[in-house]
Design a protein around this ligand. Structure first.
Ligand code: 6PG
Length: 254
């Protein structure tokens, strides 16, 4: 299908088993090919859906020391704040597996959103220069081995919300917003060019509150302006949608 591969599961348990397999396989392939695995994570339910990676066999078989970890987006709050995507990921995943602390590229929480975005992009540019993160062969953009996204009921991905001007950003890799319709208002986020330059992008969506947006995006329903999730179209990479049956319940095209 044009909009990427679609994987629909009876429940979140089956979904999370397949998601763990998918991530472990991409990690193995990338470590074999390039010696490292550069992955960017989102917040929300995604982290608990990745939870099986902390259990056998993955906790032992995945080459955690080769992981370089980034965030697709972050709320501009302290790292120990309940709204922090870093905290969510640390508590739910990173504290349970042997990742290398210096490979964990969290976002500076002691500066303004603007400065945090600039600092994060600077770090990313250095890691692209040293090829810890690959580079796209059609632009100068980072080519992550895997970018994992959730999707909100409004069709947002990362901190790219419907009708927001950052959807048009072509130059910056990382940008910031101060008017998020979902609290907290200040966020930093990867831009669409970065998301669409990845080798692999997975959109992981569960629950009936997302069924309308899933239908709109995947059944190609015409809307005045496209939902952000519809703009996730990797130029050369592979796109996979992971849905549970509730999120897929309004799909016509399966
Ligand atoms: C945020 C959330 C948000 C979330 C999606 C999907 O930053 O406000 O993290 O972007 O990822 O709304 O969330 P769920 O998977 O938890 O429904």
């Amino acid at each position: 299908r044009d909009g990427g591969e679609l994987r629909v599961f009876v429940d979140t348990d089956e979904l999370s088993t397949d998601l763990a397999d998918y991530i472990a396989e991409l990690s193995e392939a990338s470590v074999k090919e390039r010696g490292v695995f550069a992955i960017a994570l989102s917040g929300g339910s995604l982290i608990s859906l990745m939870g099986k990676l902390c259990e056998a066999p993955y906790n032992k078989t995945v080459d955690w020391a080769k992981w370089y970890i980034f965030w697709v987006d972050e709320r501009v709050v302290a790292k120990n704040h309940v709204d922090s995507n870093y905290k969510l990921t640390k508590d739910g995943l990173l504290s349970k597996v042997p990742v290398v602390p210096s490979h964990v590229h969290s976002i500076n929480d002691t500066v303004s959103a603007e400065k945090a975005a600039a600092d994060y992009e600077f770090v990313l540019r250095q890691l692209v220069r040293t090829r810890v993160v690959s580079v796209s062969d059609i632009s100068d953009c980072p080519k992550f081995d895997l970018i994992l996204l959730g999707m909100g009921p409004d069709g947002h991905v990362a901190s790219l919300f419907p009708n927001h001007s950052v959807l048009d950003e072509k130059k910056e890799w990382v940008t910031f917003i101060t008017d998020s319709p979902k609290s907290p208002p200040e966020r930093i986020t990867f831009t669409l060019p970065v998301i669409n330059s990845a080798s692999n992008v997975a959109v992981v969506v569960t629950g009936s509150s997302k069924a309308d947006a899933v239908h709109t995006v995947l059944d190609m329903v015409e809307t005045e302006s496209p939902l952000p999730a519809k703009l996730v179209q990797p130029t050369k990479g592979k796109l996979v949608w992971f849905l549970d049956s509730a999120a897929a319940s309004k799909l016509e095209s399966i």
